[in-house]
Design a protein around this ligand. Structure first.
Ligand code: ZN
Length: 416
């Protein structure tokens, strides 16, 4: 057969200009710097004029290739696919075009076509092992994009032991296990990945242990839960999520002082988690049994206006607007939040002079507004939600959710 260069045809591809073809052309142009123009002209002329070719193999290949391109241009992807699937000369020289076609289909969201292209490549016996593995990886990506996680997992597992694709395969496996909440397998794959590369989210493994701790705590197996939390802290020191779950277990086991102390420590190290720690502290105080716990907590509330404003805001975010601490700290919040403070000042006067009933009504109204709005936002991708997530559903980042600005009326005024 002819060398691959003889059918790679730069000028018509450039003239075509369509975005779909342009991607393939870009690959071809970048890949093949040693284009043989004479061979090309022969093939091109032969196709246009029906002129006999001196080398039948080349002519046959070009005709198939151009027929496929024309179907693509005419927006007849099924016919184009049929031509490319039945091209006889899929070997180590021509296979890259098929890879380009498969990835183009995938980028257009035409997963069934991408899958057929990559399956077709894998079925060709003349290919090198390297191309066969490349096709396997591309097919696994197709399955993943199509949500066929079982099939994707099988292929990524085959690729994960070594070779060119193994790190990428491990990263995909991690995404699959995270999506399926299969934390045992996620832990195993994270460990394998850490040995050969830097994981995308190094703290993720501590979260996997915390997920298992929450599952076991929910069924009352506190020993197992604490063992998982121990593993989480081994993976990540001062890990706030494990401390909060440990506080939940302490509350379950009627140890309110321990729960309050753990929450206090979390807030000291991670101030933006105040809204998550507060409800646990409130529950510890309500559970009672510890003399002076409420006074202890009150004494630990820092006296600076900014800290008191944060506390009031976090309590409202956490749905605790009826607590006395919110009414106490509300004037500080109104002074610290310019837009809200101005409105209240115009309607009712100096925030510090509001009576208890006014503060209570205001806190209730703010709580109602916040429940209708998105209270948390991912600092990585901007995904907003009314509830807190340890892993962003938008970009899969861990630990990226933070409370949003109170009324969100003034862009750029975010508290954290
Ligand atoms: Zn995000």
């Amino acid at each position: 057969m002819m060398p691959a260069e003889s059918w790679l045809v730069a000028p018509p591809l450039v003239l075509i200009g369509g975005s779909f073809i342009a991607a393939a052309a870009g690959w071809l142009l970048g890949r093949r710097s040693t284009l043989r123009s004479a061979s090309f002209r022969n093939a091109h002329n032969a196709m246009d004029a029906g002129e006999p070719q001196s080398r039948p193999a080349a002519r046959s290949l070009s005709e198939e290739y151009f027929r496929g391109l024309r179907f693509l241009l005419d927006e007849e992807p099924d016919k184009a696919l049929a031509v490319f699937l039945h091209m006889v000369d899929v070997d180590n020289d021509t296979v890259e075009t098929h890879f380009a076609l498969g990835s183009l289909y995938r980028r257009r969201g035409q997963m069934d076509r991408a899958i057929r292209v990559h399956e077709n490549i894998m079925a060709r016996p003349a290919l090198s092992e390297e191309h066969r593995l490349h096709a396997m990886f591309a097919l696994a990506e197709d399955y993943f994009s199509a949500g066929l996680f079982d099939r994707a997992e099988q292929l990524f597992l085959q690729l994960s032991d070594g070779g060119r694709w193994h790190i990428s395969a491990l990263r995909y496996l991690l995404r699959i296990y995270e999506q399926q909440r299969d934390w045992e397998h996620a832990i195993e794959v994270h460990g394998r990945l850490t040995r050969v590369a830097t994981p995308e989210h190094p703290t993720a493994i501590a979260h996997y242990y915390c997920e298992l701790a929450e599952q076991t705590r929910e069924v009352g197996d506190f020993d197992a839960a604490r063992a998982y939390l121990h593993r989480a802290r081994e993976a990540q020191r001062n890990f706030p999520r494990s401390a909060l779950i440990r506080a939940d277990i302490a509350l379950d086991m009627h140890e309110p002082l321990l729960a309050a102390t753990l929450c206090q420590r979390v807030v000291e190290l991670h101030p933006r988690l105040l809204a998550l720690a507060l409800p646990r502290v409130v529950r510890a105080i309500r559970d009672g049994g510890v003399d002076g716990l409420e006074q202890q907590v009150q004494q630990r509330i820092r006296s600076e206006p900014a800290a008191r404003a944060e506390l009031a805001y976090a309590a409202i975010v956490a749905g605790l607007e009826d607590e006395a601490v919110v009414r106490d700290c509300l004037p500080d919040l109104l002074r610290e939040d310019p837009s809200l403070g101005e409105i209240v000042h115009a309607l009712a006067g100096e925030p510090g002079l509001l009576d208890s009933a006014q503060r209570g009504a205001l806190a209730t109204a703010l709580g109602r507004i916040l429940r209708r709005t998105q209270r948390y936002r991912c600092v990585e991708c901007g995904f907003a939600s009314s509830s807190h997530f340890w892993q962003c559903p938008g970009c899969r980042s861990w630990d990226a959710f933070a409370p949003v600005v109170l009324l969100d009326l003034m862009p750029g005024m975010q508290r954290r």
